[in-house]
Design a protein around this ligand. Structure first.
Ligand code: ADP
Ligand code: ZN
Length: 620
């Protein structure tokens, strides 16, 4: 039997999965052939299998560098549940524990060693590593090595030299969910990858449904509350832009009897971790958090992520929203926004730029951030497919249809309104004005306002005065959209004023059109309802759903007794399949995706028992 056949067998026996996903297969094959690998795969694509299976198939052990101490014990548990012997080394261990573990490693008795970069780069450990039988070094969250990445960790830069110092260089695998060209270049050079096989699985997450809803601040909390109440069995995350808002939303949910947790930067570390544990263990339903929450959350059954505010970039949004649906089951990502969000983000960028004004390159950084923000604003306004918009942003649209059928805009909540004429009138006014004015004044001029402010300045004598017969509120939105698309620029400085943007000249061309999303309330509600009723991959009905709930309760009881998160026992997806297949003998139980031999041994009796008594009980 070849090594790869062995790997396939291990996948089936230990993890209970029928086959590798395409990216996994590529990565596993490459490592087994002794090649280096750079794997760029989105959250939920199944990165851990890429090193866990080779670790079990190869003679030597896999050293897995991971930045997240909080995850390690769960990761080790998950390995052991798959019959893979795993240990972790980090600063939380006592000296004696460390000694025991290192002895086991020397005796080549472990398959997988999770270690923090800080531990790995200590000279004492590096020296010890040279005596080990190492089959693979895997570097998780590899983007942390780059200053261009969003989570730079200096200790990552010590990993490359440690690998280079090994007497026999094992294959090296770098894994990340986010890598721009610059970051991947850094990963290659700083880790010293040798002609790595590059595995890219694409960023699309078909099971995520995207929604954008414009809403005044005053309605947001109620909207969130009613969504949460309408999904009482689902876990979710609510992201807020400020700590104060986190508290408000949290209080509101708790007041309404929802089991919620919260997470923000100014909380004591212990408190924060307790809230995080409760959420991971399914003891709370909703986590209300700032963007400090999420890195290292391995909760696979998050069914929705709601953003109370618009984030600063598409990157940030996709990463945060992407924490939903890691198990591949349907999940919803909902963005609530209004003009205040744009104003606040712009203010933050300006303030940061002002603070850093003396630093070289600060202005450039500010301009970069404006561009990131512009794309985010365009996302809010687009009437096109939201998935296409996001993937287009990451340069990945070729393979996608025009409409994905699984986002708010595709589910016909949105229609494009042609606002080209308004845009042309606004541009004419910008060009005609001798001194630039702010967004509100600009809209007032083209709409022909009779206010004293307009008359005093003789704006009513301009050619473009009163050239638009639409409400000023709509014109202000068009101005925002034009700025987001680069036709106008909304400048920073003491007063925000509107000037021509880099694409201003395009308005003079014949083919110019500009579409803006127009959503009637009824249509928006309809769209959301449609998505919510969209069935899961494994639709469950009546009795099956009842059984699923019972199995969930059983899973929770077992997890609590063992002190592990429920997903370590079985994922929601596996439980759904169980509820649908209703296995009552070992072969049938093993046939459920996600059930390997170790899990059969650990949990088979209890779960099959529950299924049997459920089947024997008379239906109501
Ligand atoms: P990532 O680290 O890339 O975010 P994970 O390793 O946590 O992803 O895997 C995501 C989910 O996909 C997990 O629930 C995992 O059990 C499941 N999974 C991984 N590989 C497979 C496979 N080949 N077949 C079925 N499910 C898989
Ligand atoms: Zn779509």
């Amino acid at each position: 039997m070849g090594l790869f056949e062995k790997a396939q067998l291990l996948l089936r026996e230990r993890f209970g999965y029928g086959s590798f996903r395409p990216g996994q297969e590529q990565a596993v094959r490459a490592v087994l052939e002794g090649r280096d690998v750079l794997a760029v795969m989105p959250t939920g694509a199944g990165k851990s299998i890429c090193y866990q299976i080779p670790a079990a198939a190869l003679e030597g052990m896999a050293i897995v560098v991971s930045p997240l101490i909080s995850l390690m014990s769960d990761q080790v548990r998950a390995c052991r549940e798959a019959g893979i012997s795993a240990v972790f080394l980090n600063s939380t261990l006592e000296l004696e524990e460390k000694r025991q573990i290192t002895r086991a490693m020397l005796a080549n008795m472990v398959d997988v060693v999770y270690i923090t970069p800080e531990q790995l780069v200590q000279e004492r450990f590096a020296a010890y590593m040279r005596k080990l039988n190492i089959g693979l070094v895997a570097v998780d969250e590899a983007h942390c090595i780059s200053q261009w990445g969003h989570d730079f960790r200096p200790s990552y830069q010590g990993i490359g030299p440690v690998i280079a110092s090994l007497p026999q260089r094992p294959p090296v695998m770098a894994l990340t969910a986010t890598a721009t060209a610059r970051v991947s270049a850094d990963i290659r050079t700083l880790l010293g990858l040798q002609r790595p096989v590059e595995v890219r699985t694409g960023f699309d997450r078909p099971n995520l449904a995207f929604f954008v809803q414009r809403m005044p601040d005053s309605q947001k909390i109620q909207a969130i509350l009613s969504y949460v109440r309408a999904h009482p069995d689902d876990a979710g995350i609510v992201y807020c832009s400020t700590r104060k808002k986190v508290d408000e939303v949290y209080q509101e949910l708790m007041g309404a009897g929802v089991k919620a947790g919260r997470y923000k930067g100014d909380m004591a570390a212990g408190t924060r971790e307790a809230y995080q544990r409760d959420f991971i263990n399914d003891d709370t339903q909703v986590m209300v958090a700032t963007n400090a929450f999420g890195m290292g959350i391995d909760k696979s059954n998050v069914r929705y992520v709601i953003h109370h505010n618009m984030p600063a970039s598409i990157e940030a949004y996709y990463q945060e929203a992407g924490r939903a649906g890691r198990d591949g089951e349907p999940a919803e990502c909902i963005l609530l926004w209004n003009d205040n969000d744009i104003r606040i983000q712009r203010l933050l960028i300006d303030n940061a730029a002002a603070e850093a004004a003396e630093l070289e390159g600060a202005a450039q950084a500010g301009a970069g951030k404006q561009r990131l923000l512009s794309s985010m604003v365009s996302y809010c306004h687009t009437a096109g497919c939201l998935r296409r918009f996001i993937l287009g942003y990451f340069d990945e649209v070729e393979s996608l249809p025009e409409r994905c059928g699984n986002c708010g805009n595709c589910l016909d909540g949105a229609q494009g309104t042609d606002v080209s004429k308004i845009a042309v009138a606004v541009m004419a006014c910008v060009r005609e004005l001798r001194w630039p004015v702010g967004k509100g004044t600009l809209a007032d001029i083209v709409c022909g306002s009779r206010s004293a402010k307009i008359k005093d300045k003789d704006y009513d004598r301009l050619d473009s005065y009163d050239s638009v017969s639409e409400p000023a509120a709509l014109v202000r939105d068009v101005i925002e959209l034009m700025a987001a698309e680069g036709y106008l620029a909304i400048s920073d400085g003491e007063y925000t004023v509107v000037t021509q943007g880099p694409r201003a000249s395009e308005l003079s061309s014949l083919g110019f059109t500009l579409q803006m999303k127009h959503v009637s309330k009824a249509a928006a509600a309809k769209g959301a309802a449609k998505a919510s009723s969209k069935s899961s991959n494994i639709p469950l009905q009546g009795r099956e759903l009842e059984l699923f709930q019972e199995l969930r309760t059983l899973r929770k009881a077992i997890a609590d007794e063992d002190g592990v998160p429920p997903y370590v026992v079985f994922s929601d997806k596996t439980l759904r399949e169980m509820a649908s297949l209703q296995p009552t003998d070992e072969d049938a139980f093993l046939a459920v995706s996600g059930v390997g031999t170790v899990k059969l041994e650990h949990y088979g009796r209890q779960f099959m028992g529950a299924i049997r008594s459920f089947l024997e009980a008379p239906a109501e």
